[in-house]
Design a protein around this ligand. Sequence first.
Ligand SMILES: C[S@@+](CC[C@H](N)C(=O)[O-])C[C@H]1O[C@@H](n2cnc3c(N)ncnc32)[C@H](O)[C@@H]1O
Length: 204
Amino acid sequence: MNLQQDALPAAYWQRRYADGTTGWDRGQASPGLDWLLDRARQEQWRTVLIPGCGRGHEVIALAEAGFSVTALDYADAAIQHLKKVTAKNRLPIELVQTDVLTYDPKNRFDAIYEQTCLCALHPSLWSAYERKLAQWLRPGGSLFAMFMQTTQPQGPPFACPLGRMRELFGSETWIWSPVLGRVDHPAGLHEWACELRRAADFQA
Ligand SMILES: C[S@@+](CC[C@H](N)C(=O)[O-])C[C@H]1O[C@@H](n2cnc3c(N)ncnc32)[C@H](O)[C@@H]1O
């Protein structure tokens, strides 16, 4: 397996933004975010991370709801778009232009909203990404994952069937809640929304 060869570079995603081939973009926050918002209010969470945020409709919705949001993406177009929106609306969002596989924050987050970043990565990178997700969360923090379902043989998006996800996000690190529900996408695909809590005694 050659990780370098399998990885899609930032330039690939930058070109998708430049060409306007951004079929994943709903133009508004996904209804899948509501599960996180409900739990975050109950638990009084403060900090949320969104990796591979794209144009960041969910980033804006969380910031407007009063959460402290950190958003990651390595495509310049995504970051520049969000910079403009956050400056205009004076929203306190931390934008970080970086590869998710190298991001190493000082503080851990209460929650992560993962929406179509995993399925944008080649499956050869999934284990490394799963380790990052676990390291970014504080003990007991929650990962809200929208696992992409597709039958197309080539990605992105790479299919994330739940059986494969349960192997990837194993019980030594993750405590799975029952599946939250199905999120349909206007482009015709759908995601399974899941909440996975990071075990308190997880070893990095
Ligand atoms: C399919 S889009 C999803 C965007 C957004 N989450 C949404 O649902 O609208 C995937 C995004 O992840 C970003 N991305 C892919 N691989 C990445 C990586 N290794 N590091 C940082 N960002 C990455 C791309 O630039 C792109 O903006």
